[in-house]
Design a binder for this molecule. Structure first.
Ligand code: NJP
Length: 243
């Protein structure tokens, strides 16, 4: 595995874990963080997507570690924490970005298996990441945790049941983690990306012209600001786009 480089940039020398990095918002954030000097640890199931991103990161002069992982494999999340400890002894940045939309359908018709999978990825995996990586974030001189939420978490929206429930619960989880880390050097925030041109958005709004939406590369400033060691925000929800 490549060692952390001494490149210049806002995140020079920082170690960042980014989940859902194989495409969409996660891939864009990973490229931005790598361009700013971070060593990025890329988590997702699709190896081909991670390898493509690895090439892009290298082209930027950056370095990445690829972690092909299904986040519903909770024991694997524990092993990730152990592996990061062995290699780095700390973690500077965690971006809990991976998400699943599920099927937009009446709540009474959601299939139990899908309910479980969406809750596992959007909620429980983030709790397991906190559980596994909290000691490493606390070991950093400026640990930063960013979790990606959605406007769907705010107010009941018909047919968005499973996804909306998972994001509303994620917001409570992250709020609790922020309350518990208030007196530490760790800063914990939620980030609402707004409408972004990704596969998930196209699945939710198949009739929409994707060209009318911002590309993921256009919304990474907000992630960078929350990942910066100088960031003082804590327990907040930050919006990546002007609403
Ligand atoms: O979604 P998409 P976005 N284990 O589908 C990964 C939120 N959001 O970038 O495993 C591991 O392009 C999947 O990787 P793979 C949204 O809720 C978005 O739009 O290889 N990884 C892929 O990399 C989510 O939290 C909009 O399939 C798993 C990534 O997740 C975040 O933004 C609006 C996994 C999903 O990429 C990124 O979404 C909004 C698993 N089991 C909130 N399951 C928007 N786009 O407009 C999935 O309000 N992944």
């Amino acid at each position: 595995m490549a060692e952390v480089s001494e490149r210049t940039g806002v995140l020079s020398g920082r170690v960042a874990v980014i989940t859902g990095a194989s495409r969409g918002i996660g891939a864009a954030v990973a490229k931005r963080f790598a361009a700013e000097g971070a060593h990025v640890v890329l988590v997702a199931r699709t190896s081909a997507g991670l390898e493509e991103l690895d090439d892009a990161v290298r082209a930027l002069g950056g370095s990445a570690t690829l972690v092909p992982l299904d986040l519903t494999d909770f024991d694997a999340i524990d092993r990730l924490g152990g592996a990061l400890y062995e290699r780095f002894k700390h973690l500077d940045i965690l971006v809990g970005n991976a998400g699943l939309l599920g099927t937009l359908t009446p709540i009474a018709q959601v299939k139990p298996k899908e309910w479980q999978q969406v809750l596992d990825v959007n909620l429980t995996a983030n709790w397991r990441l906190i559980r596994s990586l909290d000691p490493l974030l606390r070991a950093s001189d400026a640990g930063r945790a960013i979790f990606v939420t959605s406007g769907a978490a705010r107010g009941p929206r018909a047919y968005w049941g499973t996804y909306a429930v998972s994001k509303a619960a994620l917001e409570m989880l992250v709020g609790i983690y922020a309350a518990e880390t208030a007196k530490t050097k760790v800063r914990v925030n939620l980030l609402d990306p707004g409408r972004v041109r990704t596969g998930m958005r196209a699945k939710a709004y198949p009739g929409e012209n994707p060209e009318t939406l911002p590309h993921p590369d256009q919304i990474t400033d907000a992630f960078l600001a929350l990942a910066d060691a100088a960031c003082t925000k804590h327990g907040e929800t930050v919006f990546a786009q002007v609403r």
